[in-house]
Design a protein around this ligand. Structure first.
Ligand SMILES: N[C@@H](CCC(=O)N[C@@H](CS)C(=O)NCC(=O)O)C(=O)O
Length: 224
């Protein structure tokens, strides 16, 4: 893999947002040196990490030449797309790009933030959430997001082998990033056949397979 020395990626094994960057890097033939930040030990809230990302979220992406720190996975994907346009992860036309970004944000902006550790910790501490209540919460928001995503895919004629035509885009990356973390939490959503068909296409590609959370540094053994 080329360019591994050009970037640093602050990462944790199971993070959905970091998964997106890992897949995009791999699709573009790039790499990054990973810096492990243990979210379960609260290292993302340490003074050192908050200097890197005051939101305390992973990933953070460092462009070593100049030292710029990028946060927000979709902004990092845009940066990679602009600096390494091939293979393109956005369509060539403006309407297509808007559709792909809309699909991506249905999951990255409207679904994923609701199931993050900071929300879990707040609901447990301030809302009296038991582990079972948290599981129901996770299931509810994953289901809401993925069933809406399925409805869009099933209705739109632009849907093809992948979310938009026959090329992988950031919409596929965001989709797979959500279902990868659902597997970690052992959550299934019914009634999403188009999503399942597209995920099978993604998971057959080495870039997606290599980003599997259970293959990352610090991951536990996958449950049998
Ligand atoms: N919108 C951000 C999300 C960042 C984020 O919330 N990352 C999660 C892991 S997937 C995290 O580090 N959470 C820590 C926490 O919630 O305390 C992005 O796309 O990069």
């Amino acid at each position: 893999m080329s360019d591994a020395a050009a970037y640093e990626l602050y990462a944790y094994w199971r993070t959905s947002a970091t998964y997106r960057v890992r897949v995009a890097l791999a699709l573009k033939g790039l790499g990054a040196e990973e810096r492990f930040v243990d979210v379960d030990k609260g290292e993302n809230r340490s003074p050192e990490f908050l200097k890197i990302n005051p939101m305390g979220g992973l990933p953070a992406f460092v462009v070593k030449d100049g030292g710029a720190v990028l946060t927000q996975s979709l902004a990092i994907l845009d940066y990679l797309e602009e600096t390494h346009p091939e293979p393109a992860l956005l369509p060539a036309d403006a309407l297509g790009r808007a559709r792909v970004r809309s699909l991506a944000q249905m999951l990255a902006a409207d679904t994923h933030p609701l199931i993050t550790p900071r929300v879990r910790k707040y609901l447990a501490a301030e809302g009296g959430f038991t582990p079972d209540a948290w599981k129901s919460w996770q299931r509810h928001w994953f289901t809401t997001g993925l069933q809406a995503f399925e409805a869009r895919l099933a209705a739109d004629r632009e849907t093809g082998r992948f979310c938009h035509g026959d090329q992988v885009t950031i919409a596929d990356i965001c989709l797979a990033s959500i279902t990868a973390v659902m597997k970690v939490f052992d959550i299934n959503v019914a009634g999403i056949p188009t999503v399942e068909r597209i995920l099978a296409e993604c998971e057959a590609m080495p870039a997606f397979a290599a980003a599997d959370p259970f293959l990352q540094t610090g991951a536990p053994e996958r449950a049998a």
